[in-house]
Design a protein around this ligand. Structure first.
Ligand code: OSB
Ligand code: MG
Length: 369
């Protein structure tokens, strides 16, 4: 396939409710939507960068620059036989994994469509439904948190993740456990603590949590190994896992017992599958994280999470948990049994609504061969 045209769009979509984590509060999601056009086929991908370098060092501006000046020129007009060719052409670019992942996602959609297979099948997925959970932001009061969680449980979610932050930690977990003694519950600190908080973190062991996500430094592997030795609850790493090599180091050191895979964070589907397969070989479960994607990114997440070792429910929630109106149809929905259907049509398996995409686009640039 010859890639004839690539388009980048900076999109801005309003969340149905503010999303607060230890990193701050978000009212909107701003990402980059990547469109590639090859021989009679179009592919869509979402680059999950944010405007600020808070979760990741990458930003909208750095990803735009890396895509425009290096990754897109690397493949535009070239004859490529598969996603692997595109990755090889750009393999010299170091880092900037979210930028890479957005382009790989669009190319994967294009090649899957060209072959007439779903993205799930294209990536090696085997399941037709996946278990999903919901990531609940920090709320104004514990009572409000309980009310919000109750609503999600009524929607069908079987696993709840709550965000914690210094001073808004153990008391929240206590309150949630008291009200909902039996739910699958996990917490995510987004790197807000240090080993000085070991006492509080150890006390999480009393609440039968499925896991504690990224309690310590965003780029740390070693301190997590010290903490995991002191805790029974499995630690799950998110921010500090960028690739297979980090995964191997973290598992060898005992820094975590579970890995959160986000294709954006690790540089795309190919690296995600390497991590997935390695963890499977070590009997380590993985689960699919989320970056509050639009339906384009969400469709890709659902496809990847259909691989067999995504054992725990993903942060892949129904469209209505994020956006009043998405840029794809049909909307993603969660069933009463806490699962979501994997699209079966070719490629990402959902249709991009061009008029809605146009409305949420704040900047657009196109590149032609
Ligand atoms: O740490 O998992 C995280 C969203 C943006 C950045 C980081 C994280 C998150 C979430 C939301 O927790 C997951 C989702 O539902 O998409
Ligand atoms: Mg996380």
């Amino acid at each position: 396939m010859r890639i004839k045209r690539i388009e980048l769009r900076h999109t801005k979509m309003e969340l149905v409710s503010p999303f607060e984590t230890s990193l701050g509060v978000e009212l909107f999601e701003e990402h980059i939507i990547v469109r590639v056009d090859g021989d009679g086929v179009t592919g869509w991908g979402e680059c999950v960068v944010e405007p600020t370098p808070s979760y990741s060092y990458e930003t909208l501006q750095t990803a735009w620059h890396i895509l425009k000046d290096f990754l897109i020129p690397g493949i535009l007009g070239k004859e490529i036989t598969g996603v692997g060719d595109a990755l090889a052409l750009n393999a010299w670019v170091r880092g900037h994994r979210m930028a890479r992942a957005g382009l790989e996602a669009a190319l994967s959609d294009a090649f899957a469509r060209a072959r007439g297979v779903s993205l799930s099948a294209f990536l090696g997925g085997t399941r037709v439904r996946i278990p999903v959970g919901v990531s609940v932001g920090l709320q104004a009061t514990p009572a409000e948190l309980l009310r919000v969680i109750g609503g999600y449980l009524a929607d069908g979610y079987k696993r709840i993740k709550i965000k914690i932050a210094p001073g808004r930690d153990i008391a929240l977990v206590q309150a949630v456990r008291k009200e909902f003694p039996d739910i699958q519950l996990q917490v995510d600190a987004n790197s807000a603590f240090t080993l000085n908080d070991s006492d509080m973190l150890r006390s999480l062991d009393d609440y039968s949590l499925q896991l504690v996500e990224q309690p310590l430094g965003y780029d740390d592997i070693y301190d997590h190994s010290l903490l995991q030795r002191q805790m029974r609850t499995p630690i799950c790493l998110d921010e500090s896992i960028y690739n297979l090599s980090d995964t191997r180091a973290a598992l060898a050191l005992g820094s975590c017992r579970i890995i959160n895979i986000k294709p954006g964070r690790v540089g795309g589907y190919t690296e995600s599958i390497k991590i997935h397969d390695f963890c499977a070989s070590q009997n380590v479960p993985v689960w699919h994280g989320g970056m509050d994607e639009s339906g384009i990114g969400r469709a890709g997440n659902v496809a990847l999470a259909s691989l067999s070792n995504f054992m725990l429910p993903g942060d892949i929630s129904a469209t209505k948990r994020y956006y009043r109106e998405d840029i794809v149809e049909p909307a993603f929905e969660v069933d009463a049994d806490g699962t979501m259907a994997v699209p079966t049509k070719p490629g990402i398996g959902v249709d991009v609504m061009m008029e809605r995409l146009e409305r949420v686009t704040v900047r657009k640039e196109e590149f032609r061969m």
